[in-house]
Design a protein around this ligand. Sequence first.
Ligand SMILES: [Zn+2]
Length: 166
Amino acid sequence: MANKCVSCNNCGHTGWSENRGNFLITIVLAIFFVVPAIIYEIWRRTGLGVCESCGSDLVVPSNSCATNKPSDVGDLIILGVLGVAGGIVVVAIYALAGSAINAYKNRNAPEPQLSQRDLEGNCLRSGMSYYHKQGEYPILKDGKTLALDQIQKDCKGSKDGKYKAP
Ligand SMILES: [Zn+2]
């Protein structure tokens, strides 16, 4: 963290250092890219910081600051807000990536395969409604064949689950 007691080799001032860089840049970065804003803000706070009087980074540590160290509360609030925003962005990116991956997977997923049993079941149902419509249910026109027997025979080994009348 900056806020160190430093003496400046540029202007000779001794005092509490300020964060290097510019908070405005953090704001602009945060509007567009939260993660670089956090990295930039962390970079601002590393090292000795810059002279509070002239802004030079030619500072060396000192222990002769006359005033009290400025409060870090503002800094902690900024880092907290950026941290929360960064967390939200990371979660959102994960969610987006997850749904993108799922969409991709689903695109490539094969159609669910119906078993032979399913196909024959579908065929049986469409066969029954076929003979209902024909008025040949439950006995066919010949007066002796059970419609269901005929359908079962015709549906054996059905390839598409559709009933084909003989
Ligand atoms: Zn200075």
